[in-house]
Design a protein. Structure first.
Length: 462
């Protein structure tokens, strides 16, 4: 099918006439690193030797009457609140938008520079300053490009790409944790050979919500999708890349219109990836897995777009609130033992996992006893978006969707902050990588229930 035929089909979709003027706009800004910049996403640091595809901030802006909303995705592993709060203040000030109606989320590519201290990768001050600047720049351009439009949403399903990455294993198949403990009952990404796997430790969420803005001239302005898949990966470790999030966007944009901006937000996918345990791991690190994943999901997006009913009569509303959560800090004894291994001023070139986590323990000892993190709810017409501030287990997103507060509901993670993994209490009970105390996994056992309740409150407000 040609692009003209696709657009003709979209334009023919039913819609209602506007009670108020609706406008939409979109823009991107380049946040690719310089060669030699650190890359986050592994326990060890790597340096950029090539930029395979550009990292971008992608922004979708909406205006309905006097109300405005901004949806933004950032090609980063995770961006902390300190950066995003400053960006939010600038965007609100320059574009007359309620701060509660600004949603910024990290895609969670594992091939981008750190915006915060992640395992042994340290943020570069110049890169972080550029990142913050470009988030605001992209938002400003998106609002400057507002034009008459209609908006709609619908959901698809793509079950073939997602697998729960935590598995119950046979006796003796789960190795000790990096602290020497032997209480873990599950293993992340177990070997795909042998018969040690018993069953997955949780569900998946194959739903693919899609929101789209169609210009009154029949040209697509932006498409905002979400999907609960951690990332695709298996690309060269020293390449900067937007992973499948960028490849997906390029495919959707090519199919629709050169001016269209496609965004893919990460759903609640802390314990979800694309590794099928019944198949061997890819033999080489190239872009085959990324491109295949992007192609399959983009195909479903195009199908969903044909089902959307567009309207210019929509309500925009947002709610943003803080939730206090406790921090799992190490004890004085645990800290002292870690210092014996790596000193109280550890470097960042450790290779052995016990030493890497001893380093994490030293830094975790300096964390506060509790932190305030943001949760958010957005209404865009009959669509609701609930946003969690960290790497959220899939069960939390499913719980929000089961509330059925809106015709279409998306649950987004690593949004407006980066508080690390947010496991369920059940996940804490059976252990595994996502629960091992680190700068990327420090929230209290009850954080999941507190944050889910917070997201529900914000969605009920809108």
């Amino acid at each position: 099918m040609t692009r003209r035929q696709i657009l003709a089909g979209l334009t023919a979709a039913s819609h209602s006439k506007a009670a108020t003027t609706l406008r939409a706009g979109a823009a991107t800004a380049n946040i690719s690193p310089a060669i030699g910049t650190s890359l986050a996403g592994f326990m060890t640091d790597r340096k950029t030797v090539d930029v395979h595809d550009e990292l971008l901030v992608r922004c979708a802006a909406i205006e309905s009457g006097s109300s405005r909303t901004l949806l933004a995705t950032i090609d980063s592993c995770m961006v902390p609140r300190s950066i995003l709060d400053r960006a939010r203040a600038r965007i609100a000030r320059e574009n007359s938008v309620d701060p509660a109606c600004i949603l910024m989320s990290s895609t969670h590519t594992h091939s981008a520079p750190p915006a915060m201290h992640l395992f042994q990768s340290l943020p570069d001050a110049h890169y972080v300053a550029m990142l913050e600047q470009r988030i605001g720049d992209a938002a400003q351009m998106a609002f400057r490009r507002l034009r008459p439009a209609r908006i709609g949403a619908a959901s698809g399903v793509e079950p073939t790409l997602v697998f729960n990455r935590r598995y119950f294993m046979k006796e003796g198949a789960v190795p000790p944790d990096p602290f020497g403990g032997k209480t873990d009952k599950v293993l992340m990404n177990p070997p795909t050979t042998g018969d040690a796997i018993i069953k997955p430790a949780g569900p998946v969420d194959p739903e693919h919500p899609v929101i789209a803005a169609l210009g009154d001239d029949g040209r697509m302005i932006w498409v905002y999708g979400s999907y609960a898949l951690h990332y695709a990966g298996f690309n060269p470790a020293d390449h900067a890349s937007a992973d499948y999030f960028g490849a997906y966007a390029r495919r959707v944009e090519r199919a629709l219109d050169d001016d269209c901006v496609a965004l893919l937000a990460n759903g609640c996918a802390a314990n979800i990836n694309g590794i099928n345990p019944a198949r061997p791991y890819p033999p080489t690190r190239d872009y085959t897995v990324i491109e295949r994943t992007a192609s399959v999901l983009a195909f479903e997006t195009m199908r969903v777009l044909k089902t959307i009913e567009y309207t210019a009569d929509i309500k925009l509303q947002g709610a943003l609130e803080d939730v206090e959560i406790g921090v799992r800090r190490p004890s004085a004894q645990e800290t002292a033992e870690a210092i014996k291994l790596v000193s109280d001023n550890p470097g960042n070139a450790y290779k052995e996992r016990p030493l890497i986590y001893a380093r994490e323990t030293v830094f975790m000892s300096r964390f506060p006893a509790a932190v305030n993190v943001p949760v958010q709810g957005l209404r865009i017409g009959n669509t609701g978006i609930g946003a969690f501030p960290g790497e959220t287990f899939v069960e939390l997103g499913l719980q929000i969707k089961r509330l059925n507060l809106f015709k279409t509901t998306a649950a987004i993670s690593i949004a407006n902050d980066a508080c690390g993994y947010i496991p369920t209490v059940d996940a804490f009970d059976v252990g595994g990588y996502e629960t091992w105390r680190a700068k990327s996994s420090y929230v209290e056992r009850d954080a999941a229930s507190k944050l889910t309740a917070g997201v529900e409150r914000t969605l009920r407000k809108v």
